[in-house]
Design a protein around this ligand. Sequence first.
Ligand code: FES
Length: 118
Amino acid sequence: MNWLRRWPAAAASRPFRLKKWWATTRCFTRSRGKYHVQVCTNISCLLVGGEELYEYTAKKLGLGNKEVTADGQFSIEEVECMGACSWAPAIQINYDFHHYVTPEKLDQLLDGLKQRTQ
Ligand code: FES
């Protein structure tokens, strides 16, 4: 229980504050498109085509990892597990999850979003 008594002091320690400051700064400086597409390539998704789905998405949008389209509409990010392993492969667009994603389903999603922006 000693560690519990020391926790407030540890939380206020310099490394802890520095780590929190860095996370906050990264949040504001990372560039994202209006639609931020996150494709999971972790093990469950990887086994059912997550890596290919990421490559397909990147090619379709003409982007590399963490890049943004010139018009600022789309960005892409290869991510670790999003907790949707049972429905792999999974992607997240902004705050919306999409499960059992195929290239055809991805085309529909992205084309729908592109039409919304025009
Ligand atoms: S491995 Fe992709 S959501 Fe868990």
